[in-house]
Design a protein around this ligand. Structure first.
Ligand code: XMP
Length: 323
């Protein structure tokens, strides 16, 4: 019968057999799948695994720390963090087009990840032969499914490395659905903030700023997003919504009045949606008092934001993300 205990036991045995005395690398994205895959492989082969986390500077408040501190504390995993914020910001400078942003973020991500792989191989030798991927059953079935380019799943090509060095894949979640992955993660002792995390796009906040991505705008959006998440959690709504993108309309300004003067600031969009699989979605009917609290806090606490608007579009015709 299916139990998380059985799944873990089976996978641990299979991974040990597959890897033997060799070594593996796993990219962590901050998301559920890569975290649970890494934790499973860590349980199986311990210090033969090295995880890589690319900090592209486009994560939300506290997310990088969650990986660096909480995930490491829960698993004891050996983690290499690459601080690539400056590199990503430089590559994104002057770019407003959503597709171009996605391409740049995806490209830079692969480059940074491959560089980290090369460094690990230089340190640890040619016995680094395996790459861990958090592929789920629905990914296997759809194969090629997924909307993103900056997805960890596309990173098993290893350009720039010696040609005879081919990674073999370890995919311990291949037979599991998302809810099963969460159960396995919980059983492995991962923190709730990671295991219960709602979907978040690979390109991160880079595609939630309508307009050019700058450090200043990212910091502003991070504050607004953190407030919205905090209030949704406080209201007990995390399980009711699929996700709630918070979007900064950086190229739009509107007039407001705050304190004793006129302001000319940016709007923040709240995009709470309900969905089963992200293919279609409906806008969530959040309680007015929760929306009011979020709006008041964001306009009071986030400089340069003088308006909060609610996106009441379903998918289709709107996508969940704005870019
Ligand atoms: P859309 O905007 O297409 O989003 O309705 C559907 C779901 O996919 C997420 N999303 C992404 N996830 N890389 C990802 O890993 C991406 O590039 C990407 N773009 C969108 C989005 O958050 C939603 O859950």
């Amino acid at each position: 019968s299916w139990t998380t205990g059985n799944v873990i036991e089976e996978q641990v045995a299979a991974i040990r057999e597959q890897v033997g005395t060799k070594r593996a690398i796993c990219g962590l994205s901050g998301g559920v799948d890569s975290a649970v895959a890494a934790a499973l492989v860590q349980k199986a082969i311990g210090s033969q695994l090295t995880c890589v986390y690319v900090d592209h500077g486009l994560m939300r408040k506290g997310e990088t720390e969650q990986v660096e501190k909480d995930f490491v504390a829960a698993t004891g995993v050996q983690l290499k963090v690459v601080d690539a914020e400056e590199r990503f910001l430089k590559a994104l400078a002057g770019v407003s087009d959503p597709e171009e942003k996605r391409k740049i973020i995806g490209r830079e991500f692969i480059r940074v990840f491959e560089q980290a792989q090369a460094e690990i191989i230089a340190d640890e030798g040619p016995e680094v032969a395996f790459l861990v991927q958090g592929t789920l059953y629905p990914d296997v079935v759809e194969s090629g499914g997924g909307t993103g380019t900056a997805n960890i799943k596309s990173h098993h090509n290893v350009g720039g490395l010696p040609e005879d060095l081919e990674f073999q894949l370890i995919e311990p979640l291949r037979k599991l659905f998302k809810d099963e992955v969460r159960m396995v993660g919980q059983e492995l002792g991962l923190p709730d903030e990671i295991v219960q995390r709602q979907p978040f796009p690979g390109p991160g906040l880079g595609i939630r700023i309508v307009g050019e991505v700058t450090k200043e705008r990212l910091d502003l959006l991070r504050e607004a997003d953190a407030i919205a998440r905090e209030e949704l959690t406080a209201a007990g709504l995390d399980r009711d919504i699929w996700q709630c993108p918070v979007v900064l309309l950086a190229d739009v300004r509107s007039v407001g009045v705050q304190g004793d003067g006129r302001t000319y600031g940016h709007p923040i969009v709240l995009r709470p949606v309900s969905s089963e699989d992200a293919m279609t979605a409906d806008w969530s009917r959040l309680p007015y008092d929760v929306l009011a609290k979020i709006s008041t806090r964001i306009t009071n606490e986030v400089a340069d934001v003088n308006r909060v608007v609610l996106d009441v579009t379903s998918k289709p015709p709107g996508t969940i993300e704005w870019e």
